[in-house]
Design a protein around this ligand. Structure first.
Ligand SMILES: O=C(CO)[C@H](O)[C@H](O)COP(=O)(O)O
Length: 219
């Protein structure tokens, strides 16, 4: 089974959490794209969707799904999205695709966050994947210096601007044993819009695609 087939297997298993004719939140990335395509292939009717990025909105619209603004919907019952890493407590690193801010907003506004990924994304300790941080452009150097003080090695994501008009710093070298505290510390740095650590609001369910089929992990 390829990594992409494992992503698709995880996405397919997430369909079991979708209730027809509701409004759901939909994440960004190749695993989320499988989920979107499977919703359409299985002809699952939805009242609407809240997209975590422009790219996801375009894909959903292409399949005929209605896009709603989060400000119109109230709380969502379900959010489905991928991740770059998960620890066994379902704390996540997200933002490899750059959509971390809107992803975090939609996750925060959702009752249940189902994370879908291939099995390689489950790690003991977060941090091998460089931690993405969305930053207001004029704060780039200041935030980078603050991240060095926290033990990280930041690098600017080149030729990339987020859907919100900001830059991304990818911070390598972190061994994140206390994700809740580190998320809070990075959130305190002036100029940080969002850190791609999802620990104050982790996933509720992690579905891992694996050669033997999809496995459901709960914290
Ligand atoms: O956080 C994300 C985008 O901002 C994605 O969920 C994350 O990068 C995983 O992507 P993929 O499903 O392509 O492996």
């Amino acid at each position: 089974m390829t990594q992409d087939e494992m992503k698709r297997a995880a996405a397919e298993a997430a369909l079991a959490y979708v209730e027809e004719k509701t409004v759901i939140g939909v994440g960004t990335g190749s695993t989320a794209n499988h989920f979107i395509d499977l919703l359409a292939e299985k002809r699952i009717p939805l009242e609407g969707t809240v997209a975590s990025s422009v790219a996801t909105a375009e894909r959903l619209k292409g399949h005929g799904y209605k896009i709603l603004e989060l400000n119109q919907t109230g709380p969502l019952s379900l959010y489905v999205d991928g991740a770059d890493e998960s620890d066994p407590r379902l704390n996540l690193i997200k933002g490899g695709g750059g959509a971390l801010t809107r992803e975090k907003i939609v996750a925060a506004a959702s009752d249940k966050f189902v994370c879908i990924a291939d099995e390689s994304k489950l790690v003991d300790v977060l941090g091998d994947f460089p931690l993405p941080i969305e930053v207001i452009p004029m704060a780039q150097s200041y935030v980078a210096r603050e991240m060095v003080k926290l033990g990280g090695n930041p690098s600017l994501r080149l030729d990339y601007i987020t859907d919100n008009g900001n830059i991304i710093l990818d911070v390598s070298g972190l061994h994140i044993v206390d994700p809740v505290t580190l998320e809070r510390e990075i959130n305190q740095i002036t100029g940080v819009v969002t850190v791609g650590l999802f620990a104050a609001r982790p996933a509720d369910v992690l579905i891992l695609g694996a050669p033997g089929g999809a496995q459901v992990v709960t914290a």
